[in-house]
Design a protein around this ligand. Structure first.
Ligand code: SF4
Ligand code: SF4
Length: 294
């Protein structure tokens, strides 16, 4: 299955299975996929699937794993373009190309399958123009030879297909992350080269949310930021609330979009803490900085 979450600026349309046209939601496609079709499971046998933070939440909750456990077992990290912006993809089965969740009966996590699996064979193209501060969605069609769903006699608009596949919720929950990626890609030199710690922080807040939760619960964080008790309780219990909070934190750290109140003496305490951590690391002979300990 092709990864259909593609950026139009980087889409290799020439000689690619993606139809070299973009469509809106009213465009009618001919497609049906069902158990028993001759190509059943062909798409899940050769995967390249990027996961959104919301995909990870749904899957780790379904599997009863922490985000760290899920990431370790089922994903591999990669970089979006050459910007060092971290993403995660599904890790296929050991020594093969098939999805770890593929079974003879079909997808074993069907109700919680990721955004890219739901979209296929439609491709979502998120774009942001240089003079605009919002993203626009349009769609492309991925037509791969192995996929016989295109030969089926069913017409459906892309809008109806999105609803059928449960994508309204997935896109809404994934939108902030998409916007963040587009913003980071287009910001380029204006935000300078992102430090290793900023990029590690981005990874933790987007994908490794249980570790991010521990960070929000840490003494260091609470010496720096003002969080009321009701918000803290929500962040400790609710992955979606934590995801939204992570988006605000990333924007505050990387783009100086201040939305989380800092404590008056936060800077002084941070400098003191960093000094102590540096001394401790030196004492232990370590050289890398863990964003969760900042
Ligand atoms: S999660 Fe399910 S639908 Fe997606 S590639 Fe894996 S088996 Fe296929
Ligand atoms: S019709 Fe396409 S999407 Fe459905 S099982 Fe076949 S290859 Fe996969």
């Amino acid at each position: 299955m092709a990864d259909v979450d593609i950026n139009i600026g980087e889409s290799p349309f020439e000689a690619s299975p993606v139809t070299p046209k973009t469509f809106d939601e009213d465009h009618v496609i001919k497609f049906r996929c069902y158990k028993g079709i001759e190509c059943f499971n062909a798409c899940c046998s050769n995967i390249d699937i990027t996961l959104t933070p919301y995909d990870i939440i749904r899957l780790k909750q379904r599997l009863g794993l922490t985000a760290s456990e899920f990431l370790k077992k089922y994903t591999i990290p990669f970089e979006f373009a050459a910007n060092s912006i971290a993403g995660v993809k599904y890790k296929p089965v050991e020594g093969g190309t098939a999805c770890q969740f593929m079974t003879e009966e079909g997808c074993s996590v069907y109700e919680d399958r990721p955004t890219a699996c739901r979209y296929y064979p439609v491709g979502l193209l998120s774009m942001r123009r240089a003079d605009e501060n919002f993203d626009r969605a349009s769609y492309a069609l991925v037509e791969e030879d192995h996929c016989k769903g295109h030969l089926e006699d069913r017409e459906i608009t892309i809008g109806e297909y999105r609803k059928e596949q449960g994508l309204i919720e997935y896109d809404e929950q994934g939108r902030a992350w998409r916007q963040l990626i587009l913003k980071m890609k287009s910001a380029g030199p204006s935000i300078g080269k992102l430090s290793k710690t900023s990029l590690q922080f981005f990874f933790m807040a987007c994908y490794d949310m249980d570790r991010f939760r521990a960070f929000v619960d840490s003494e260091g964080f609470n010496q720096s930021f003002v969080i009321d008790d009701a918000t803290r309780k929500e962040l400790m219990e609710d992955d979606l609330a934590l995801l939204k909070f992570g988006d605000r934190m990333i924007r505050q750290v990387m783009f100086a979009e201040e939305s989380i109140e800092k404590k008056a003496d936060a800077e002084e305490k941070l400098i003191q803490r960093r000094r102590e951590q540096r001394a401790l690391r030196e004492e232990m002979g370590m050289d890398s900085e863990d964003p969760a300990s900042s």
